[in-house]
Design a protein around this ligand. Structure first.
Ligand code: CTP
Length: 444
């Protein structure tokens, strides 16, 4: 029996794919089709795939041409698959000529003629559900976010408003868009907004955008009051809109992989999380900053992400220690006690320390070096140092494009998909900040 293998994304399956699968099948007696996983596509910069893995697999299965379907998850898997399945022929379309010659060492490589005039890219263009994204606020990272939109095909920048008008005009000019003073005119031009402002302005901005029927992506932490978070979430739900807590680390391929490994029990039971984020910016007068620009308000979204994702939001006790200049918290350190686990976090603005993430488990621990919030690398370490496993998952650009894409793909979807990134965690962060705001801390 001659075994043939072929790989592809098979997004929005088209007759080019079907021709390829049919021709591949004719090369032998048994056809294995490798479909790329979502994470693999992202890690190699293919960010415009429309259908999730399961849908793509189902579409390939429905052709009836594959005898077996496997998932391609990482670079270098092809050689392993060829050996594991005893493959005789590897084949792909002629757009790849030469690329896979290195596999000749393991089996025969055949490049089949590609069908002219059709591709997933073309189909995506024609069925483009373009998100017209408006930007409210001029603080960091507004400008970098606008620039990253270029890489996400389904998003079009509609303009910028709010924040500091001078700064806004400058950003608009540099990014080839327009600054729109009038909020109503701005709303007419977009169907979705990205908000970044001082945290105490978020609630009003989010509610206003939702009331205008816009999908909202707001830089986290989004809220400083539990009740406000719940209210905004309820309004988004009622209107069928996306409300998205934007913390870019959440979608970094390495971070997502880390979560999967933790969930699969690779370090046993998680007992402790220790997470730090600090920044010492030049040219900032830390003495005269506003309370709501303080370290926990600014960085809390990142710090609580791994804690709440890995240990949940149901902590039993918290202790927070803070050091201030006027009302501005320069260094805030806290401990959350859970049933059977503990987490500590350190936020610093105006101090500098190692920004690492350490997750302690009963079998081993994860070490993510600084800056962990922009992670592409981590290690899993055990008592026996020789068993250390190193993981590297690169990301493209500034990393914002991953969350932009996630946001865009939630829009117009049913509730389960739409509300995936807002809920308990957002409310829990708001609750923590609310207590902090009201003075539930020890000063040092
Ligand atoms: N293929 C083909 N003819 C086409 C399009 C794709 O033979 N018109 C083949 C590719 O060469 C590959 C397989 O189908 O072997 C899966 O390709 P994939 O990259 O999933 O599809 P594309 O349409 O090329 O997708 P994209 O536009 O995203 O690159």
């Amino acid at each position: 029996m001659v075994k043939v293998i072929t790989y592809g994304t098979y997004d929005m399956l088209h007759y080019g794919h079907i021709n390829l699968l049919r021709n591949a099948r004719e090369l032998g007696d048994y056809l294995i089709v490798g479909v790329t996983s979502d994470a693999f596509d992202r890690s190699r910069g293919k960010l415009n795939v429309r259908q999730p893995l399961l849908e793509r697999v189902e579409a390939v299965r429905a052709t009836g041409l594959a005898d077996e379907i496997i998932v391609e998850e990482y670079e270098g898997q092809k050689i392993e698959d060829i050996q594991k399945y005893g493959v005789d022929i590897f084949t792909v379309g002629s757009d790849w000529v030469g690329k896979f010659d290195y596999l000749n060492e393991f089996c025969k490589v055949v490049y089949l003629p590609r069908t002219e005039g059709v591709s997933s890219t073309e189909i995506r263009k024609n069925t483009n559900v373009t998100v017209r994204m408006g930007f409210i606020g001029t603080r960091n990272p507004a400008q970098r976010m606008i620039r990253e939109c270029e890489y996400v095909m389904s998003i079009e920048v509609a303009g910028i408003t709010g924040g500091d008008a001078e700064e806004g005009k400058k950003i608009a000019q540099e990014c080839g868009t327009e600054y729109i003073e009038d909020r109503e005119v701005f709303y007419e031009k977009c169907d979705s907004v990205y908000i970044v402002d001082r945290i105490d302005s978020h609630y009003d901005l989010v509610m206003d955008a939702l009331r205008h029927g816009k999908n909202v992506m707001c830089e986290g932490p989004v809220f400083i009051r539990r009740k406000e978070a719940e209210e905004a979430i309820a309004l988004a739900k009622e209107k069928g809109l996306v409300l998205f807590d934007a913390i870019k680390t959440r979608f970094f391929p390495a971070y997502q992989h880390l979560l999967l490994l933790i969930e699969s029990g690779r370090i046993g039971e998680v007992k402790d999380i220790d997470v730090t984020f600090s920044q010492k910016l030049a040219h900032v007068d830390y003495e005269n900053l506003n309370k709501f620009e303080g370290s926990l308000y600014d960085l809390g979204g990142y710090l609580f992400l791994p804690i709440f994702q890995m240990l949940g939001t149901d902590y039993k006790e918290k202790q927070i220690f803070t050091s201030r200049k006027n009302d501005f918290d320069v260094l805030t350190k806290g401990i959350l006690r859970y049933d059977g686990a503990v987490a500590s976090f350190t936020a610093g603005l105006g101090v500098k320390t190692e920004g690492q993430l350490i997750i302690t488990g009963t079998e081993g621990y994860v070490y993510v070096p600084a800056p962990w919030w922009r992670t592409d690398y981590f290690e899993i370490r055990y008592e026996d140092l020789r068993k250390t496993q190193k993981y590297f998952w690169s990301y493209d650009g500034e990393g914002f494009r991953y969350e932009l894409l996630e946001f865009a793909t939630r829009i117009g979807n049913p509730e389960e998909v739409r509300d995936q990134y807002i809920g308990n965690e957002t409310v829990a962060i708001a609750g923590l900040l609310e207590d902090f705001c009201e003075g539930v801390y020890h000063e040092f």
